[in-house]
Design a protein around this ligand. Structure first.
Ligand SMILES: C[S@@+](CC[C@H](N)C(=O)[O-])C[C@H]1O[C@@H](n2cnc3c(N)ncnc32)[C@H](O)[C@@H]1O
Length: 245
């Protein structure tokens, strides 16, 4: 084998997910703008999330919901020893769901994806349905709900409906892993604040909560915060691990 053949097969091996031979998603389907351009970063964040999930829940036996899954980044964080028993990914982006269905679900029957034309000013402006329509495609309750960088792009009425939806579909002793922007601010919620470390670009780029207001929203829906993890998630979001109270 020549050096260039070796480099070619190495690059090919690295670009395929080790378990099922699934390729990495194209850049336009990866969320988080420039942060996920490098494959190593895209994979690294997914692996970190799976590690964090494993610290607070039994992932292997879990029925899992990935709400706002995009192209299913989390899939790339699972190893042979940490795949959930079932995984449902939901998103309003048809291109991302089509990609995940064709590439991941087709090779691994534990993974299922659904799209609905639900309205979101950032990701599906002309969508015709309300967020609570998701309940119509969910047939069972989950041990684990993962919601990464989604709550952070919802208007407040949708965010409230989403927490209520999670409450309805979480099993007793189930956990929710959710990221949110949290700031020291007087207002309960600020959309696209001017003091972020980057410039907000377009509708609902950053929906930031005052911490006590967000905690009250969780409490009102009977969720307890098990832990809040700082300085790990993208763009300095806080990761909240919630458990049904
Ligand atoms: C920043 S991306 C994060 C994607 C993925 N969770 C990740 O961490 O890579 C936000 C995702 O939330 C999805 N989204 C926004 N509003 C939604 C809604 N109402 N229901 C489901 N998904 C939604 C978007 O389409 C987009 O894929």
């Amino acid at each position: 084998m020549t050096w260039s053949d070796f480099r070619f097969s190495l690059r090919r091996a690295l670009s395929q997910h080790c378990r099922d031979g699934v390729p990495l998603p194209p850049l336009q389907l990866r969320a988080a703008g420039p942060l996920f351009v490098r494959d190593a970063d895209f994979l690294g964040f997914a692996q970190t999330d799976v590690t964090l999930l494993q610290r607070s829940a039994q992932v292997t036996d879990a029925r899992m919901l990935d709400f706002g899954c995009g192209c299913s980044r989390l899939y790339y964080g699972f190893s042979r020893f940490s795949v959930p028993s079932s995984y449902l990914g939901l998103d309003v982006r048809l291109d991302a769901i089509e990609w995940a269905s064709t590439q991941i679900a087709a090779r691994n029957t534990r993974f299922t994806y659904r799209h609905l034309d639900i309205q979101n000013d950032r990701y599906n402006r002309s969508g015709r349905m309300n967020i609570n329509k998701w309940a119509s495609v969910i047939n069972y309750r989950f041990d684990l709900i993962y919601c990464y960088s989604v709550f952070s792009h919802l208007d407040v009425p949708d965010a409230r409906e989403l927490i209520a939806l999670f409450r309805e579909f979480i099993r007793p002793r189930g956990k929710v892993f959710l990221t949110a922007f949290v700031g020291q601010q007087e207002d309960d919620v600020i959309v696209n604040p001017g003091d972020m470390s980057f410039t907000c670009d377009g509708p609902l780029h950053v929906v930031r909560y005052r911490r006590d207001h967000l905690l009250e929203m969780f409490r009102e829906t009977n969720f307890e915060v098990e832990s809040a993890i700082e300085n790990v998630a993208t763009d300095n979001q806080v990761i909240f691990i919630l458990k049904a109270a």
